[in-house]
Design a protein around this ligand. Structure first.
Ligand SMILES: NC(=O)C1=CN([C@@H]2O[C@H](COP(=O)(O)OP(=O)(O)OC[C@H]3O[C@@H](n4cnc5c(N)ncnc54)[C@H](OP(=O)(O)O)[C@@H]3O)[C@@H](O)[C@H]2O)C=CC1
Ligand SMILES: O=CCCC(=O)O
Length: 356
């Protein structure tokens, strides 16, 4: 992990140097919103064609006076936000935190973070503010409700929303943020509680390219790779497609375990057989043993997986695309939610199948 962190730091510094050399330009890299730029495939040639909007080029001094590091805000300290903010604190950043339920700020404050009275308060103190919130309603509330982020934002500030929301919500937040003169990046993540703790998330970003570059050293502390996908909405769409596939895979895996068990096969052996074949996936190997033991300690809460399937179905509906497998999986997650399993891990969807 230290190795990953060191490599990320080097990549960030290298990108920064190259960006200082970057000419003002237009490039086909930016005309195709789906062109991918990832840390794993970092190459100087990708960065030297980076366009920079000088109008939002600002100094990044922190409130502690450390001009090397921006002051960072973090809003939303659930399973993911707590782990991500912790990594920023451990990397030596001045981090200010806020959570709706303030008790979740305490462990971070005891590690050196500052607290804030509201999202606006945090945004006004910080250069870059991250938000990791439950769903579109929460993301909108924190961005623009009473005491919301936009009341503390302004020119030279950046807002990075890493929550999983739909593209329309993200575009609405982007518009509100940009109206203050601040810049906006959507950056939902692939990876769950453990990758968040280990700093190995995958960021799916879209929006202001300069903010992407400014936030890169922070993303590289929290993650192992990052993709820049162009216009706001593309990061959200990528995330929803990944989670649509994941939700269907988990439902199908659950069906196999339940059927196999019913006809007398050892479910642990099913997990082992799958792990050695072409359909092996880390998710099956990680979740299988605890599912067999009916242990659903939440890493990715089931209610969020159902939200993501719902948003993916809306995305498909908007372009008249049939997604019958995902639609069917969504029904199972709805049943599981009705059975009171919303706060359990999403692998608890197996309980919706067992009762059928
Ligand atoms: N867990 C995972 O594996 C992953 C989750 N995600 C996504 O990340 C986001 C967060 O997930 P996770 O950390 O697991 O979720 P949690 O349920 O653990 O945390 C949700 C956070 O949102 C806050 N929140 C909810 N509603 C509101 C509101 N109306 N106003 C202000 N704050 C609100 C909660 O505050 P409070 O504490 O006060 O309730 C909490 O801080 C979700 O969009 C999820 O889909 C993405 C990748 C992986
Ligand atoms: O949104 C949650 C994703 C969980 C994962 O990628 O393992």
């Amino acid at each position: 992990m230290q190795h990953v962190a060191r490599m990320s730091a080097c990549r960030g510094a290298m990108a920064q140097q190259l960006n200082q050399l970057a000419p003002s330009c237009s490039s086909s890299l930016f005309t195709n919103p789906f062109r991918i730029q990832s840390v794993r495939s970092f190459s100087p040639s990708l960065h030297v064609v980076a366009c920079r909007r000088s109008s939002i080029r600002c100094s990044s001094s922190s409130h502690s006076g450390d001009s090397e590091k921006p002051a960072v805000g973090f809003l939303g300290l659930g399973i993911m936000g707590t782990a991500m903010a912790t990594n920023l604190i451990r990397a030596g950043y001045n981090v200010s935190v806020w959570n709706r339920n303030p008790s979740k700020c305490e462990p971070l404050i005891s590690q050196g973070a500052s607290g804030g009275a509201s999202p606006a308060d945090i945004a006004s103190q910080c250069n870059i503010t991250f938000a990791m919130l439950a769903d579109p309603a929460a993301a909108l509330e924190v961005a623009s409700g009473k005491g919301g982020v936009i009341h503390g934002l302004g020119p030279c500030k950046g807002y990075v929303d890493v929550s999983t929301v739909d593209g329309e919500t993200s575009k609405t937040i982007s518009g509100l943020v940009k109206a203050t003169g601040a810049s906006f990046l959507e950056a939902p993540v692939s990876g769950s509680k453990k990758p968040a703790e280990d700093g190995t998330l995958i960021f799916l970003t879209a929006g202001d390219k300069q903010l992407y570059e400014q936030a890169a050293p922070l993303l590289d502390i929290m993650g192992k790779s990052r993709f820049y996908l162009g216009e706001v909405g593309n990061g959200a769409a990528m995330k929803l497609i990944v989670n649509m596939i994941m939700g269907s895979m988990m439902a199908s895996f659950s069906e196999g375990l339940v059927l196999g068990n019913k006809i007398g096969l050892d479910p642990n052996t099913i997990v082992e057989v799958i792990s050695q074949g072409a359909i092996s996936a880390p998710m099956f190997s990680m979740k299988g043993p605890s599912m067999v033991n009916k242990k659903f300690s939440p890493a990715f809460p089931l209610k969020h997986q159902q939200k993501d399937l719902r948003l993916a179905l809306q995305l498909a509906e908007a372009v008249s695309q049939s997604v019958p497998v995902a639609a069917s999986a969504n029904e199972l997650y709805k049943v599981a939610k009705c059975k009171g399993l919303g706060d359990q891990d999403f692998s608890a969807v197996i309980e919706a199948i067992i009762s059928k």
